[in-house]
Design a protein around this ligand. Structure first.
Ligand SMILES: [Zn+2]
Ligand SMILES: [Zn+2]
Ligand SMILES: [Zn+2]
Length: 277
């Protein structure tokens, strides 16, 4: 042959297939990266993958093991005495450059514990996750919104400080935690859960219950009288959510003052008592 074989020692070879030596010349000319070699069969056998082993079995008229296990195929090939097929040549594809060893995949032993998420993530899911990640990365690349991957990260910019402090201020807005009394039940409730009495739609006539309230008497001779109108806490201008719901269903709220819970305004002398008093 007239081929330039220089440089063929720095590189790696991958088995392609075997062919009859008369076909070798054509095959090498069709594929310039192919190299033909008459590798002794017992050495060739040790270099084959499972799939390659099966194709070599077919070529040598060997029975292919039923379960097609790599070990069985290897055993079948090793048992074969290939003196009769001395016209066969192996074709190898040449990869120039330094031989790069594939990273060794660590086989987990059967007893070794595998993390739950790893063990139950199928190949299909794995592929899906990878595709998702790739899509996300491409989208970010297209919109120029790639996260800053430099380390250490830059100090905060003024606009970031503003954004963060605005967020904190929004969290601590007085409107978020101010409380007021509900006129119907007298409970102290967050203002975000209160409706103004004037905006309140359902009628308050339900709360006009006789026999619950008393007007203040200043002497024994004063008549015993009730307050006019619905039973409401004086000084309160809101209704809480639960009272509103009950009234909308035409029911007196369970905790309503009109439900015999009214005791009237606390006199100033009794307000702000200490625990002992
Ligand atoms: Zn040639
Ligand atoms: Zn053979
Ligand atoms: Zn209420």
């Amino acid at each position: 042959m007239d081929h330039d074989l220089q440089g063929l020692d720095t590189g790696s070879y991958n088995f392609e297939y075997q062919c009859v030596d008369t076909e070798l010349h054509d095959a090498v000319h069709k594929n310039p990266t192919f190299v033909g070699a008459r590798v002794p069969f017992h050495i060739l056998v040790t270099k084959l993958t499972r799939e390659e082993g099966i194709s070599v079995c077919k070529l040598h008229n060997l029975p292919i093991p039923k379960r097609r296990l790599a070990g069985e195929i290897r055993a079948a090939l090793e048992a074969h005495d290939c003196q009769i097929h001395d016209n066969l040549v192996s074709l190898w594809r040449f990869f120039p450059g330094e031989v790069e060893k594939a990273p060794k995949v660590e086989r987990k032993s059967r007893n070794e514990k595998v993390p739950f998420s790893d063990a139950y993530r199928s190949d299909q899911q794995e592929r899906k996750f990878r595709d998702l990640d790739t899509a996300r990365f491409k989208r970010r690349l297209a919109t120029g919104r790639l996260p800053n991957t430099e380390f250490p990260p830059n100090p905060l910019e003024v606009k970031d400080v503003h954004r963060i402090s605005r967020g904190v201020a929004a969290q601590f807005d007085p409107r978020k935690f101010e409380e007021a009394g509900c006129a119907v039940c007298g409970c102290l409730t967050e203002k975000t859960k209160l409706t103004k009495l004037e905006d309140f739609k359902p009628s308050l006539d339900l709360l006009k219950v006789p026999g619950v309230t008393r007007q203040e008497r200043f002497s024994i001779t004063d008549d015993v009288r009730e307050l006019d109108g619905p039973v409401l806490a004086s000084g309160c201008e809101h209704v809480c959510v639960s009272c509103e719901d009950a009234l909308a269903q035409n029911k007196i709220p369970k905790l309503a003052l009109a439900n015999s819970c009214w005791i009237g305004d606390i006199p100033p002398q009794l307000q702000g008592l200490k625990y002992a008093e």
